[in-house]
Design a protein. Structure first.
Lengths: 311, 311, 311
């Protein structure tokens, strides 16, 4: 790949030698003459990289410089070509695929993956080792399920009957739309009666729990170890931090950003904006309140002082 | 299944046509003429369901109505018959079962499950795909272990010796009693010297961590991503929310309810009642304290005003 | 094993009959005449144990007593000999090992484990059932990966491009140094461009998430369900509780101790000492602040009283 191709791909301005040949991507600090790298700083960073993608106005120098508005994005786009994912486009012989399952074209199914009855997996999917997709679930095109992901086990619903719990029926399904990625060992439960849905282009990190009947919109990002309780709705383009907990029947409106470790109470409606803490509140309020708590010692001293003056 | 059979099963009062034929369960909003549905509202809900289970006094109408005191429970009981779990009652050929393991009658063992030496699995168990039960653990009757569950790995115990950690022996076992259900990718460690025990009828959600020597009573409910540290005891009939963390050697007394994301300190005794927050406190106290923190700005303003008046 | 051998191994003082024969380790409460047990109390505990390891100055009696400075450590050291881990030192026939992977001497690879291309696994490793080690990762000697561990899946990095997320390249690797232990179903992501590293002798519990480019030092202890975000550094000899969340690019300095459920903000530097809460603060400050919040009702009453007196 040559520098001028990267400039074209990234819709950037080439400065320097467009014929610089690039073989791989690397961090700017460890790059060599064959490396493509990037910098988000406007200042020069010492580097051996043959080609560096930078922000317009940067003073960076290299054999080839590509100026763009978003260097990290441009670098990612170049890497889609430079480092395409290694895929076998084959079903590993140890995978267990039910006869009634339908697997799309060019799908890669890893060792020991288990695909249940009536499952549909779309084209160009990557289903990693030890993934389990239970009966009746639907997976779109270009979906990546990393190792150990479990899709479609029973949701967690029980009704108390004197001295035992009776299982509430968990007979729904899971629909994963196109271009979704789910991280290692995450779990997505089937709907109790209806469906659990993960919208197009949504990205989910490792060890995330998605309960029955949850509906997640398009292009939602959910970081590791977050848990979403039953029937909660996350609308399009939300960003959810790690270790967030959401109660059931909550609704996160389109464009909301929820900080890590936050807690959303059952039934809560989270409006667009940045949210933090347990129970979640707008970030500004959270910060104000946090500062106030930190100032409590002073407040207490002031009250003491007032009492003394009054006596 | 006919409406009058459902009324009999659910110990309810039939109103309307007892011969209405039902083939499946459905949400009241998506039901059709062959559906059994339920409503917890006393008001009428528009539905096409052939038979609806309702609370006594409800104004709901349908071809057949079954009046009960707990519609969700009655619906669950009817679904035990209407939608029995699909089971092969077979050991999948890819499962790896140690010669010395004993598997009960009618057990279903899924693909790639691994059952270690001297393990005992009871009758009518459902051991899903990729479950691992390590050497020497005991699983009762009618136990469900969902995909990816790991039972009986080493607990996490080490003793510091100058420049290394020495493993504290993890040579105990795990006992899972009858009618327990454990969610996908949850982990239950073996006892260090004694046993880790999960009591009869207890239900555990996905991605839950149960450490060595924990003892969980009967009919306990534990939601997703909760972690219980070593030697902690949870007595019968407790309800534990999601993402709760419990320190070691704590004791949760029978009937306690602990809200999601709560934190129980090591050694803490949690009495019956509803608990919340980190460290856990009674819900009422938690709410009072939360309200007080939210009122801090006003309190500070009052102190300012007092200072001004005193000057 | 005889009592005098234990005394020698543990560098302790033998009191009583050095020829007492011990066959296994047991809790002091359930021990019998063939048991080795230990007590951290200075007072006598009723026991049937043939040999008890105690603190110097203890009034404990038994056929054989071994006095040491750290009984739990001495007991652990004796158990390394008394209860060596049961290992097959074999590759299970159902394990899937890439042709280009290198497996060290005396390694035990469990059923259905998956070892990718160009992976190197050192000597005397224990790779449990269903573990996945993705392409190109390196595992040192005497490493234990418990069931369901996933090493080397893609980190979670994306760049937003109008109406889609473009994957930031995840083409780095994971290096696990010697004597590391990782608990069941934990996940360790590969570096985006560089490496993710787990230092020598570090012990990680179940369901822990280690993100791309994280660097963990030597002899670090991390309890269950903790999550470490991208590029964060944990230096040697830190102790991290359970359910802790760390933002990206944080640094935990050598010797720091972080309490369970704590939250470390992105970029935060955590100095040596004991830390607690979200966001983390020194334990003393946390306690002071907690007490202050608990005293808010009184403070409010005092302000009320002052207002009354001023009127």
């Amino acid at each position: 790949m040559k520098a001028h191709e990267i400039a074209r791909l990234a819709d950037g301005i080439l400065v320097g030698d467009g014929d610089v040949e690039i073989t791989h991507a690397a961090d700017i600090g460890t790059a060599n003459a064959d490396s493509l790298s990037f910098s988000t700083s406007l200042e020069h960073v010492e580097t051996l990289a043959g080609c560096v993608i930078v922000k317009q106005g940067s003073t960076q120098t290299a054999k080839a410089i590509v100026e763009v508005s978003d260097p990290r994005l441009a670098f990612s786009i170049a890497c889609e070509i430079l480092h395409p994912p290694k895929r076998s486009h084959a079903i590993h012989p140890t995978a267990v695929i039910a006869d009634s399952a339908k697997i799309g074209d060019r799908a890669t199914i890893g060792p020991n993956a288990v695909i249940g009855e009536e499952v549909a997996v779309g084209d160009d999917c990557y289903i990693a080792a030890n993934v389990v997709i239970e009966n009746g679930c639907t997976v779109g095109d270009r979906v990546t399920l990393h190792a150990g992901v479990v899709v479609g086990t029973d949701g967690f619903g029980f009704a108390r009957d004197k001295d035992r719990y009776v299982k509430f029926p968990q007979i729904g399904t899971v629909v994963i739309e196109n271009d979704v990625e789910v991280g290692a060992n995450s779990t997505i439960d089937r709907g109790a009666l209806g469906e659990t849905r993960i919208g197009e282009g949504t990205k989910i990190d490792n060890l995330v729990q998605i309960a029955h009947n949850v509906s997640i919109g398009k292009r939602v990002v959910i970081a590791a170890q977050t848990g979403i309780s039953g029937s909660t709705v996350i609308e399009d383009d939300c960003v959810i931090g790690g270790q967030v907990g959401m109660g059931d029947h909550a609704r996160v409106q389109s464009g909301a950003v929820i900080g890590s470790q936050a807690g959303v109470l059952p039934g809560k409606i989270v409006r667009p904006g940045v949210w933090w803490g347990t129970p979640v509140q707008p970030l500004d309020e959270y910060k104000r309140q946090n500062a106030m708590v930190k100032g409590l010692a002073r407040l207490r001293d002031e009250v003491k002082e007032l009492k003394k003056r009054l006596s």
